[in-house]
Design a protein around this ligand. Structure first.
Ligand code: ZN
Length: 367
């Protein structure tokens, strides 16, 4: 099938699908007026094919149909509950945002819950039980760890560690950064169809969200690993913050957010990621004798693998490049990338919990 044939088939199919996708069902006469109203609305804001798009929205030529373009903000907002080619892009990160919001709230409320539970459970706790629960929790990549930090700590240590107060703010900085990234991405995907200006602005916010997530991911790891070497904490945290602020300033400047500087922007993200190698290698030496090192490293490797695989899908635009038009609604590369970003952030969360447990238990003794 040549280009023109494909185009006409796509247009024809696009029209049929628009009707099935956008209209509400109404089978009786009473609903006739609302049905007509819906038809008129859908005619005013139909889903378009790639060739009908304004130039600023022509980004992925392998996604052929179900585009929104130049929609008012209200219609764009309610398209959250309608099928188009951005529906799953919005929902994957919106659900990720709510997941991290839930984790944040659970961790904020938890100390009181743990304190209360400790009064009842201390005398019934046994080491054997804890070992079993430890293994089960590790199997679920940190998701089972979500709501308790202290249960894996041996009873004796738990009692001794009540005086030990390890700051939680770096952990919450990471949670806030992840929520900001996931929410700004959802908003970008939902509203970027509104206008060229808003599209440019939201794309910049989306880039800033990625930068914020990278920067804030460093905070708990650097803070807890180098807890007992404050000068290294300062060097690494100041370094990544300065680099992050420079990157954000660059991404927000209109002149540097054009296509001409795409390679420069990519280089900035990469240099922020690569910057992490220095404290990571340093951390391995600092924690060489720490028994939790391998578990933490395994979670961090899972995170790196998720991000790298996600970036690979993002850049190669697989699978839609193999079968253009087949993955318009579900299964295209950007959706896979989004899911892998959430998986990567969850792995980092699990690694952070492990490190926090270790510091809560031992303070600086084992460093
Ligand atoms: Zn995205």
């Amino acid at each position: 099938m040549n280009y023109c044939e494909t185009k006409s088939v796509v247009k024809r199919k696009g029209k049929e699908s628009d009707e099935t996708l956008s209209f509400t069902n109404s089978n009786n006469n009473n609903d006739m007026s609302s049905h007509l109203l819906d038809r008129n609305r859908a005619k005013r804001y139909p889903l378009l094919s790639f060739w009908e798009l304004p130039n600023y929205m022509k980004d992925n030529e392998y996604i052929l149909r179900y585009y929104r373009a130049n929609w008012p903000l209200k219609q764009a907002f309610f398209s959250l509950f309608r099928w188009h080619n951005e529906t799953l892009n919005v929902w994957t990160h919106l659900l990720g945002f709510f997941l991290f919001l839930g984790l944040t709230l659970a961790n904020l409320m938890k100390p009181h819950v743990v304190d209360l539970l400790q009064q009842f459970t201390r005398s019934f706790s046994s080491g054997a039980e804890k070992n079993v629960s430890d293994n089960i929790k590790d199997l679920f990549l940190g998701t089972a760890l979500l709501f308790d930090l202290k249960h894996q700590i041996p009873l004796k240590m738990e009692l001794e560690s009540t005086d030990l107060v390890i700051a939680r703010w770096p952990f919450f900085v990471f949670l806030a950064g992840s929520m900001f990234c996931l929410l700004s991405s959802s908003i970008c995907h939902l509203f970027s169809c509104h206008s060229h200006d808003l599209n440019l602005f939201l794309l910049r916010i989306d880039y800033v969200g990625i930068a914020v997530m990278i920067i804030t991911s460093f905070f708990p790891q650097v803070y807890y690993v180098f807890l007992c070497q404050p000068h290294w904490q300062l060097v690494y945290l100041a370094g990544i913050t300065a680099m992050g602020l420079f990157t954000i300033g660059t991404l927000l400047s209109p002149s540097l957010s054009t296509g001409k500087y795409r390679a420069f922007r990519a280089m900035l993200f990469c240099s922020m990621g690569l910057f992490g190698i220095v404290p990571a290698i340093h951390a391995c030496f600092v924690n060489w004798g720490n028994p939790r090192r391998n578990v933490t490293l395994a979670y961090e490797c899972a995170m790196a693998l998720s991000y790298l695989t996600g970036t690979l899908f993002y850049v190669t635009r697989i699978p839609e490049r193999w079968k253009p038009g087949w993955f318009d609604l579900a299964g295209h590369s950007h959706q896979i990338f989004h899911v892998l970003v959430v998986v990567g952030a969850l792995s980092h969360y699990a690694a952070t919990l492990k490190m926090l447990q270790w510091r809560d238990t031992f303070g600086c003794d084992e460093a």
